[in-house]
Design a protein around this ligand. Structure first.
Ligand code: XMP
Length: 321
């Protein structure tokens, strides 16, 4: 199937919403649909569209994979409930950490997350609920980069030749697949979402695992989660596309309390971008960078080095893994 992009300039959000609601109802038919809400813009817009189309035939789940940011599971579930959409939080932390154990290779980590999400967790939820479809917020950029072989985005299935009905026992419905991020935000606004929700900086499907070089363990997630909280708090007022913290694998020599301390390295990235296809590092004030380094080394145990990425995408990518 060839996917035809709808460019932001050509998008008519109201018409798009009507068309997609009709299409979702048609594809789900008399059955029920399960919906994967992560709290990002794409999955939140998908959730509101599907709720409008299906009402209580839609079962929305937030999967707590142990890889989310500080306070995120609670905040996402509460924000969606405020909009009248029932959401169930599913604790799948052990399943994800077990699948990630011992894996350092980026593609193997991505594969482990994909398998746990689609086969183990959603395979079970779909079976238990008697649903026939899974709704998800895949967008055009995800497909493009995966098909081009740049990175396997975790939500890409059919475009890689995966027959989801045969592999997992359900059909996948992707109402936003023709849009890029700018278009998705316009649809979110037209759906009367709060601005903080439709303008939320993007966050990757593999969550903090996309920001850990090397093995993903609960302890390493804690480190990158604490660094992320500092970066997000300090950069909240900056006009940037996305900002993040990455935990490196190498230990480096530092010093603490007058003694040598082999510690961890955190890399800060902050991006200017239109649609994530290309990006340039934001020209942040040096004082702000210094302040973040001071806070991270003081607040995140064992960190002795903080760097700022000054490379553009390409050749960098936005996330590290
Ligand atoms: P990259 O790192 O490929 O990210 O330049 C492009 C945009 O997509 C977001 N994003 C993902 N990135 N794996 C990724 O590597 C995913 O599964 C994924 N989902 C979303 C990323 O945060 C950036 O905005």
């Amino acid at each position: 199937m060839t996917i035809v992009e709808i460019k932001a300039a050509d998008l008519q959000p109201e018409t798009f919403i009507e068309d997609q609601c009709r299409s979702i109802s048609r594809q789900v038919g008399d059955s029920r649909a399960v919906n994967a809400l992560s709290g990002g813009v794409d999955s939140s817009v998908t959730t509101l569209l599907a709720h409008r189309a299906l009402g209580d035939k839609l079962l929305t789940y937030f999967i707590d994979n142990g890889l989310m940011r500080q306070g995120e599971p609670e905040a996402v579930v509460a924000a969606m409930r405020q909009l009248g959409v029932p959401v169930e939080r599913v604790d799948a932390r052990d399943e994800f950490f077990t699948a990630l154990k011992g894996k350092a290779n980026p593609e193997e980590k991505r594969q482990a997350i994909t398998d746990t999400f689609y086969k183990t967790v959603f395979g079970r939820l779909v079976k238990e609920s008697g649903a026939s479809c899974l709704l998800q917020g895949t967008i055009y950029t995800d497909v493009e980069e995966t098909v081009a072989g740049i990175k396997r985005q975790h939500n890409i299935l059919a475009q890689l030749g995966i027959d989801t009905e045969a592999a997992f026992g359900y059909k996948v419905v992707e109402p936003l697949i023709q849009l890029r991020k700018t278009g998705v935000r316009a649809v979110g606004k037209a759906l009367e979402m709060p601005e903080a929700m439709y303008n939320r900086p993007p966050f990757p499907g593999p969550a903090l695992a996309a920001r850990i070089v090397g093995e993903v363990t609960p302890g390493r997630v804690e480190l990158v989660r604490a660094a992320t909280a500092v970066v997000e708090a300090e950069l909240a007022g900056v006009d940037a596309f996305q900002y993040l913290a990455i935990l490196h694998e190498d230990r480096m020599t530092g010093m603490r309390d007058g003694k040598r301390d082999y510690g961890w390295q955190i890399e800060i990235r902050c991006w200017d971008s239109e649609n994530a296809v290309t990006a340039t590092p934001t020209d942040l004030p040096f004082n702000l960078l210094r302040k973040m380094a001071g806070r991270i080394t003081a607040e995140v145990p064992g960190v002795v080095s903080v760097t700022y990425n000054i490379t553009a995408k390409p050749p960098s990518t936005i996330e590290a893994v």
